[in-house]
Design a protein around this ligand. Structure first.
Ligand code: C2E
Ligand code: MG
Ligand code: MG
Ligand code: MG
Length: 275
């Protein structure tokens, strides 16, 4: 086994298995079973405004693998995305989040939302909207407590269908956020046509902004566009006071990053931020 670069997470690597394809296949089988076995855990990371007030949390999945330990999503989300397994995973995470919301475990501050990542393949599925509505109904959760994070790659195909689905869920009060903004395919003109409420500046730009003029310019233009279009901005990957300060003096922004809190298991997170 190999240790991942950061934290105590273990990357999936078993020298005994001969080929990558075999390893991937086995992992996919295990992941399929992991969902009903309850091995997918929801971690939470705080989002705070510039005054330090808690305004939201992002749900980030981890796989508690019986032999490999805690597996990071970077090692299994791409695998899950190769099949409809990603939809089962997305539903599993959303259901856990909704259960926590329904149990009143999150702060009930007005405007507080939980962000859930939704993969393009899941979003594009027929019946996506109906399946979300049924989870909301089943758990009794107010859609105004939720934000769905989608990436620009969602827009590579079926844009009209994507917009229609977003509109149906937006009409209920659910918000949409464009994750990893700046790294992908969508141009700024695209943003205008989407019923989204938030841009998340990718951590690459947040990281470099105080020291790299190109990143600084990009961050500034994202802030300008967001202001113009009345979109919220979340800066992901804020690790240093310099990065936070760079953002604060340039606009309205919500911080998410190690400087304000690492992702941690839901129970620990609720303990720390108990209502
Ligand atoms: P993302 O949605 O862009 O999430 C942000 C990632 O940045 C998370 O990595 C988070 O732990 C990490 N991060 C937060 N603050 C900092 C910081 O200050 N510095 C650094 N270096 N990193 C920070 P994580 O949890 O490993 O998740 C990686 C990606 O996996 C996510 O990127 C998302 O694309 C995907 N993912 C995670 N959970 C889910 C899920 O439930 N469903 C789907 N479809 N994808 C998920
Ligand atoms: Mg995200
Ligand atoms: Mg992101
Ligand atoms: Mg990212």
């Amino acid at each position: 086994r190999a240790k991942a670069a950061g934290g105590n997470q273990v990357t999936v690597y078993e020298a005994s298995m001969s080929t990558l394809a075999e390893r991937q296949f086995q992992l996919e089988c295990e992941l399929r079973q992991a969902i009903p076995a309850g091995q997918l855990l929801v971690y939470l990371q705080p989002q705070v405004d510039t005054t330090g007030r808690l305004v939201g949390a992002e749900a980030l999945v981890r796989w508690q693998h019986p032999e490999l330990g805690l597996v990071s999503p970077a090692s299994f989300i791409p695998l899950a995305e190769e099949s409809d397994l990603i939809a089962d995973l997305g539903i599993c995470v959303l259901r856990q989040v909704c259960t926590h919301i329904a149990a009143g475990r999150f702060p009930d501050a007005p405007g507080f939302r939980v962000s859930v990542n939704i993969s393009p393949r899941h979003f594009h599925q027929r019946g996506f909207v109906a399946s979300i509505k049924s989870i909301l109904a089943e758990t009794g959760v107010d859609p105004r407590k939720l934000t769905f994070e989608v990436t620009e790659s969602l827009l590579i195909r079926d844009v009209d269908d994507v917009i229609s689905k977003m509109q149906q869920l937006s009409a209920l009060g659910l918000h949409f956020s464009l994750d990893d903004f700046g790294t992908g395919y969508a141009s700024l003109t695209y943003v205008k046509h989407l019923p989204i409420h938030e841009l998340k500046i990718d951590k690459v730009f947040v990281h470099d902004a105080p020291v790299d003029p190109d990143s600084a310019a990009l961050v500034e233009s994202i802030l300008a566009v967001a202001r113009h279009m009345h979109l919220n901005v979340v800066a992901e990957g804020v690790e240093t006071p310099e990065q936070a300060e760079f953002l604060r003096v340039r606009g309205e922004v919500i911080y998410q990053g190690y400087l304000f809190g690492r992702p941690e298991p839901a129970d620990a997170w609720f303990e720390r931020h108990s209502p």
